[in-house]
Design a protein around this ligand. Structure first.
Ligand code: NAP
Ligand code: 8YV
Length: 321
């Protein structure tokens, strides 16, 4: 029997993924090791494939230690933690998991919007703590019906969010670098869009090109009644400016699934009743993580069969067969 190719597993995966990896590869796990440098020096040259995710990506020391890697399969759609241009230049195929998580992440965005606007967390606390009996009815909240929803990044997930928002009677505005063939209102300028909408939902990729797109000026334009929802990457929003805008009342509220220094969340945000926080769980259901995991493994299996992957990142499409 011929030797199996070697896979380096950078982050944590599910048991189902582990079983698939082990059926086809000799697997080396980097996750949780304390002897990282020695381990990489020892196994790196034998590594043929890397499995990672959007959080761990492929750090520079891993890339440098694996000169013979041919394919990187990431368990997630966002790949800002992988140098895809650098990989493509070396002939390394990078695959990710687009589309299979659109519905879940869109649900999370809507969940955060509704929770902030209807004050789910403080009103639930009011019910649970006995305040209802002691103090009476909870104060009125703001409706999500017939709002202007601005989507920053009208891609696969952004369009899915827009479809859901329409069910609440929303008028959809969007900002991205290029106008899309859709019936929504394109805003070439993000500050202009923030001024015109009630809710701003961030769903662009992360990375240098989108770093702090949502800054103090955008937040001020969204205004004291405005709500920011971020399900993209923490880097897209200037978190210090966000805290300042919420503290001063310049911004009405925020629903946040992603943060600049995950898993750290600024204490100031944790203390605010007009903020809803989730720990980067946009795609985090059993069903969707299974679909993402299967696609991560399918990409590797396909690569072993014919040297292509099913869902390459755009930077690697030209390399894919
Ligand atoms: P996508 O289909 O590639 O859509 C991205 C959109 O962002 C495109 O419409 C693109 O349009 C726009 N965009 C890119 N760069 C921009 C810029 N500099 N300024 C303005 N708009 C820009 O990606 P997707 O599948 O919808 O995923 C989007 C992102 O969601 C992922 O990359 C990931 O970071 C995040 N995500 C988060 C979670 C979570 O758990 N919270 C889960 C999945 C994904 P133009 O090219 O025309 O600008
Ligand atoms: C994952 C994500 O949680 O797909 C993405 O871009 O952010 C999430 O679905 C992430 O890949 C870490 O596993």
């Amino acid at each position: 029997m011929s030797e199996k190719p070697v896979l380096l597993q950078v982050g944590q995966v599910t048991e189902r993924m582990t079983a698939r990896f082990e059926a086809e590869f000799t697997v080396h796990r980097l996750f949780g090791r304390e002897d990282r440098a020695e381990f990489l020096a020892e196994v790196g040259p034998s590594v043929h494939a890397i499995a990672t995710d959007g959080h761990w990506g492929v750090p520079e020391d891993v890339m440098a230690a694996c000169p013979n890697v041919k394919v990187i399969s990431s368990y997630g759609v966002g790949y800002d933690a992988i140098d895809a241009d650098g990989a493509a230049a070396k002939g390394i195929l990078v695959a990710h998991t687009p589309d299979v998580l659109n519905d879940e992440v869109a649900d999370t965005a809507i969940l955060l919007w509704l929770a902030v606007s209807r004050q789910l967390v403080p009103s639930e606390r009011w019910a649970r703590s006995g305040d209802w009996e002691a103090k009476g009815a909870y104060p009125l909240t703001r409706s999500v019906q017939n709002r202007r929803v601005g989507i920053l990044g009208l891609g696969r997930i952004g369009q899915t969010i827009a479809e859901r928002a329409k069910a609440f009677g929303a008028e959809i505005l969007y900002h991205s670098r290029s106008e899309k063939p859709v019936d929504y209102t394109y805003c070439a300028d993000l500050v202009d869009m923030a001024q015109r909408c009630d809710v701003l939902v961030c769903i662009t990729p992360g990375g240098a090109a989108t770093q702090h797109l949502v800054n103090a000026e955008v937040l001020a334009a969204l205004g004291p009644e405005g709500i920011l929802v971020n399900v993209s990457r923490g880097s897209v929003v200037d978190e210090a400016a966000l805290v300042a805008a919420l503290e001063s009342g310049a911004l009405g509220g925020a629903g946040l699934d992603v943060f600049e220094q995950e898993p750290k969340i600024p204490d100031a945000l944790k203390g605010m009743d007009n903020v809803v926080l989730t720990p980067h769980v946009g795609s985090g259901t059993v069903e969707t993580r299974q679909a993402m995991g299967d696609l991560t493994c399918d990409n590797l299996s396909q690569f072993l069969k014919d040297g292509t992957v099913l869902t390459p990142v755009p930077e690697c499409k030209a390399l894919n067969g």
